[in-house]
Ligand binder design. Structure first.
Ligand code: FAD
Length: 470
């Protein structure tokens, strides 16, 4: 019997993972990518930003270190070498994915794909050569693009998107970031550490919407002390050129402010890439993305869609998981996306990670208990001089089920994985608290937060203990 032919459009973390999984299950896989394998995540998102942030955080650590501070020369500009290293990291990781795809015998076609029907894709390569491919199943993984605002259209020079920032030749003297979501705040950390004067303009009541407010408060304390200015409930009313800079008129609750800046980074969210011939294949869409069910099926038979193009939670690990589900269903299995909480990690300084319900959401469901543990009482945090922040665990008072975990501080993005395991496996808070953790590690902070929910944390002196547990 001939192998099933699976055609995948888009080679980001959704598409390339789907390609590998379908190949593992015996499909003949063709992956079509118009740009570079790895998609937004590897080329313009997760990876380059974290490579730059890793170097910036090292710089911050040196600048705050009583031992190494003196090594920093006042005229030292790390940006050119950081950009070089970032390019190398991206190149190495993209190459790694290409090798993986090759090893699974995935055929990669370079070109722009479009749908001809629910079982046919057409590929146009750079020379406008047209190739029609028949498929038993098609997986759409076309990703997303930066949105802009009507009065803030990026020009790639003074008004820029996250894509442009990753190609900057030098760090601007000052930067206004429009949008205080996680991408905006990661760039705020980066630019601030590198000496740019950063102002955030956010239309909502607070930055990082949806995140546990206690984490936002802690984060704001650090970043504002580091010099970042945050204007909430604020909008840019006018923008005009002023010499080599821009003059912004910003409406804030306190009145109108004028800000002069070298760059404006527009970071106001992302929209799905929907420029395919969907009606022809009977794939229904909305401005938010391609409609899919929990099996990642679209409205057209044998056509699946995954990742940012579906407009759900715009994170690489979500796209990849959906890629696995779509590939398995395309190969005749019967899989559904599980309804487990999704971890969110924000690689600012300090790092923030969160999974499950916020305190307010958990309270709305019934009585809860809360445990907290500050990193200033965790030996590893003290050793590494990263004592800002805390771990906060929220559980049901009645069942002891872990409902939400929120962490701001060192290794938050690693610790959240323990929290995810507790929640997925239904491990109760009272069973996690007594579990031994190696010493000295940041994991001890999570253990102590769990113990604190029942008033039995060991390293919390009485005056530090929060008075209200529930
Ligand atoms: P994409 O990665 O966008 O890939 C889609 C691919 O499809 C692209 O390569 C595109 O060229 C191709 N394509 C589109 N249309 C066609 C067509 N017609 N024919 C052929 N090819 C086509 N997520 C995290 O989880 N962690 C992070 O730390 C993180 N940081 C981020 C930082 C930034 C600055 C940005 C912008 C995003 C970040 N994200 C992060 C989000 C993450 O990058 C996306 O959620 C993820 O890339 C989505 O994967 P995808 O496969 O759905 O789409």
């Amino acid at each position: 019997m001939d192998a099933r032919r699976v055609v995948i459009v888009g080679g980001g973390p959704g598409g390339y993972v789907a390609a590998i999984r379908a190949a593992q299950l015996g499909a003949r896989v063709i992956l079509i990518e118009k740009d570079r394998i790895g998609g937004t995540c590897l080329n313009r998102g997760c990876i380059p930003t974290k490579a730059l942030l890793a170097d910036a955080k090292t710089l911050r650590k040196l600048a705050h270190s009583p031992v190494f501070q003196r090594l920093l020369q006042p005229d030292f500009d790390p940006w050119p070498s950081m950009m070089e290293r970032k390019a190398k990291v991206v190149q190495d990781l993209v190459h790694g994915i290409e090798v993986l795809l090759q090893s699974h015998r995935v055929t990669v076609k370079q070109g722009r794909a479009d749908l001809l029907a629910s079982h046919q894709v057409v590929v146009l390569d750079k020379g406008e050569k047209r190739e029609v491919l028949d498929a038993d199943a098609i997986i759409l993984a076309t990703g997303s693009h930066s949105k802009s605002l009507p009065n803030l259209i990026p020009d790639g020079e003074k008004i820029v998107t996250s894509d442009d920032v990753l190609e900057l030749k030098k760090i601007p003297r000052d930067t206004v970031i429009v949008g205080g979501g996680y991408i905006g705040m990661e760039f705020a950390t980066l630019f601030n550490i590198l000496g740019s004067k950063v102002t955030i303009v956010e239309v909502l009541e607070n930055i990082l919407p949806g995140l546990e407010p206690e984490m936002i408060r802690q984060y704001r304390r650090v970043i504002e002390a580091d010099g970042v200015k945050i204007l909430t409930q604020s909008t840019i009313e006018e923008i005009s050129a002023n010499g080599d800079r821009l003059k912004l008129v910003v409406k804030t609750p306190q009145g109108i402010q004028e800000i002069m800046t070298e760059k404006v980074l527009v970071s106001v969210g992302r929209g799905p890439n929907l420029d395919l011939n969907f009606p022809e294949a009977r794939v229904e869409t909305s401005p938010k993305g391609i409609f899919v069910n929990s099996k990642m099926e679209t409205t057209a038979p044998n056509v699946y869609a995954i990742g940012d193009a579906t407009g759900g939670i715009l994170l690489a690990h979500v796209a990849s998981e959906q890629g696995v589900i779509a590939a398995e269903n395309a190969m005749g299995m019967n899989r559904q996306m599980e309804d487990h909480p999704v971890p969110l990690c924000i690689f600012t300084y300090p790092e923030i990670a969160s999974i499950g319900l916020t305190e307010k959401e958990a309270r709305a469901r019934g009585e809860i208990k809360i445990g907290r543990f500050p990193f200033r009482s965790n030996p590893t945090a003290v050793i590494s001089a990263e004592t800002e922040g805390l771990a906060k665990m929220i559980a049901s008072k009645e069942t002891d089920e872990v409902l939400g975990v929120h962490i701001i501080g060192p290794e938050a993005s690693v610790l959240v994985s323990i929290a995810g395991l507790l929640m997925r496996q239904g491990i109760r808070l009272r069973d996690f608290g007594p579990m031994m953790q190696a010493h000295p590690t940041v994991s001890e902070a999570l253990k102590e937060a769990a113990l604190d929910a029942d008033g039995s944390a060991i390293h919390l002196p009485k005056p530090l203990r929060p008075s209200a547990k529930g």
